[in-house]
Design a protein around this ligand. Structure first.
Ligand code: ADP
Length: 371
């Protein structure tokens, strides 16, 4: 096994020699430096696992060495050596990133305990880092796997069905047509589920936050209402988008917010009644912009309300109230709103309708640099 390297930075030769002697005996490889500058140079070349630093040295101080180590390699474990009179500065050193401190004079055993503890911590940090990295790889592989191995063949099957149903490979009988249409419908639901699932997997709040920009909520709601209107009209449902009250600009990622509000307005259509209505409004509040989506639909029973943002959760309904869905739409919506540091609430009266309220932080007014 490779010996771990420990660097001792101390202007006192006898201290360097005695630490080195003890640690070498314990199976470590040691290197020493008599001042901070030399120590930092060595750190860059030998990459030690742990560094022992005397706080009081001529030239650059132990504190400066500590700060530099953080910049060179934050994974190195720094331990400071300090005289009894300077315990306060040892505390200060801990605040500056030192892992531990060793007051002078110390026994070989005390030195061993602190070194062992420091190296144990380094091992834990490395293990945590490896696990994080592996988790990320698994997540990325999962997304690629679902996309290529599951989604692509399903899309291909769907296209074959469409070709058959379109009569492009010969005439099909009514019974065959009916069965293939049903198969196609089931496949479409499955694809919808996979797409929702992929959205959740891809949705890291980090990537949403990076893409945020000042944007008008009224503008995207107007676009969405126009887009969803034809589906609503099929059931004679009307959608009213009210004029905004106050300013409607938020720091948002347009693509994901469009998805979030599409889910809410589509649900308001899906769970509505024929000739029902939907009212969408935007209102400026003190630090947020509030969007409400109210419908006159079937509503959500009180006992189901706490769960409707959970993954795959769907309210059990009577046979004639059944609608298709994956139970992931509201989960996705909530994740998007959370990534924007906003909030989403619901209130509902069973049989009367539901009200979804989304609050998103207002965009800060833009300063014109020429002013
Ligand atoms: P899906 O619509 O795919 O089932 P969602 O996550 O969008 O999944 O919604 C979860 C459940 O919450 C739905 O199954 C439905 O029962 C209920 N729900 C959502 N929006 C409404 C609404 N506007 N009115 C009544 N019920 C709703």
């Amino acid at each position: 096994m490779k010996k771990e390297t420990i660097l001792i930075i101390d202007d006192d030769e006898s201290m360097r020699d005695s630490c080195s002697l003890i640690l070498t005996k314990d199976g470590f490889h040691t290197e020493s430096a008599e001042d901070g500058i030399q120590g930092l140079e060595k750190i860059k070349t030998i990459k030690p696992a742990l560094v022992l630093i005397d706080l009081k040295m001529p030239g650059i101080s132990g504190f400066e060495v500590l700060e530099q180590i953080q910049l060179i390699d934050p994974d190195i474990i720094p331990v400071v050596i300090t005289g009894y009179a300077t315990v306060e500065s040892a505390v200060e050193a801990m605040k500056k990133g030192a892992y531990d401190f060793l007051p002078k004079p110390f026994t070989p055993q005390e030195l061993r305990i602190i070194i062992r503890r420091g190296l144990e911590r380094k091992k834990l940090i490395q293990e945590a880092e490896t696990l994080r990295h592996e988790k990320k790889l698994v997540e990325e592989n999962f997304i690629t796997m679902v996309t290529h191995q599951l989604r692509s063949p399903l899309i291909a099957i769907l296209q074959y069905f469409e070709v058959i149903l379109g009569g492009m490979v010969g005439v099909i009988q009514a019974e065959q047509k009916e069965m293939i249409s049903k198969a196609k419908e089931r496949l479409e639901s499955l694809l919808e589920l996979i797409n929702d699932w992929l959205d959740i997997a891809r949705m890291t709040s980090g990537s949403i936050v990076e893409k945020r920009q000042p944007m008008s909520l009224q503008e995207i709601l107007k676009k969405l209402v126009e887009f969803i209107q034809p589906a609503a009209e099929e059931n004679k449902i009307t959608i009213h988008l009210q004029p905004p009250v106050g300013q409607d600009s938020v720091m948002g990622d347009p693509e994901s917010l469009e998805q979030a509000f599409t889910n809410l307005i589509t649900n308001a259509v899906k769970y509505n009644r024929p000739r029902g209505s939907i009212t969408v409004s935007v209102r400026e509040e003190e630090s947020d912009v509030m969007v409400t989506i109210a419908d006159t639909g079937v509503g959500i029973p009180k006992e189901n309300l706490p769960f409707i943002f959970d993954q795959f959760y769907r309210v059990q309904r009577t046979e004639n109230q059944k609608t298709k869905g994956s139970g992931l739409g509201l989960t996705i919506t909530k994740k998007i709103v959370d990534a924007h540091e906003g909030s989403i609430d619901v209130s509902s009266e069973n049989g009367k309708g539901s009200l979804f309220t989304v609050r998103l932080p207002k965009a800060k007014p833009q300063h014109n640099p020429s002013e």
